[in-house]
Write a protein that binds this ligand. Structure first.
Ligand SMILES: *[C@@H]1O[C@H](CO)[C@@H](O)[C@H](O)[C@H]1NC(C)=O
Ligand SMILES: *[C@@H]1O[C@H](CO)[C@@H](O)[C@H](O)[C@H]1NC(C)=O
Ligand SMILES: *[C@@H]1O[C@H](CO)[C@@H](O)[C@H](O)[C@H]1NC(C)=O
Length: 118
């Protein structure tokens, strides 16, 4: 009787998937103090850029939580959950943004990588 190779192949495929998928996720670490000035500025920046480039009327309210990771090639990725308010009506909602930048540099070098309602 020939032993089947199939279970081995399935196990190998699972290991490959596990090794390639969540590598980027795993390197995010929680931000201890989301009220710090830098984090509020990053969050405010994301709302302003999103607002301007999409013709919305959103204003930054507060940072709910956030994580950072060292970006490949330098700088920092900020993944933040933000509370923002529609102006002038005032309904609030949560959004997740991802912002790249180098702390201490001018805002015109920073990039908004994604912004979505959650
Ligand atoms: C967080 O940062 C803010 C602004 O710098 C400060 O007022 C507050 O005391 C800090 N909170 C903690 C728990 O460190
Ligand atoms: C957000 O940025 C704008 C423009 O720089 C500024 O007027 C506003 O006070 C900032 N808001 C907060 C909460 O930091
Ligand atoms: C958002 O953008 C609109 C134009 O689309 C502008 O009228 C409004 O002042 C902006 N709001 C903020 C908070 O930047």
């Amino acid at each position: 009787m020939r032993p089947s190779l199939l279970p081995l192949l399935v196990a190998f495929a699972a290991v490959v998937a596990a090794a390639t998928l969540p590598a980027a996720e795993a390197s995010y670490t929680p931000i201890a103090n989301t009220s710090s000035l830098v984090i509020e500025q990053v969050a405010n920046f994301s709302v302003i850029v999103y607002n301007l480039s999409n013709g919305k009327s959103l204003a930054f309210v507060s940072v709910v939580r956030g994580e950072t990771e060292r970006a490949v090639g330098g700088g920092t990725n900020y993944r933040l959950v933000i509370l923002a308010e529609k102006t002038p009506r005032g309904s609030k909602g949560q959004f997740q943004c991802i912002v790249w930048g180098v702390p201490g540099t001018r805002s015109n070098t920073w990039k908004l990588l994604s912004f979505k309602a959650i």
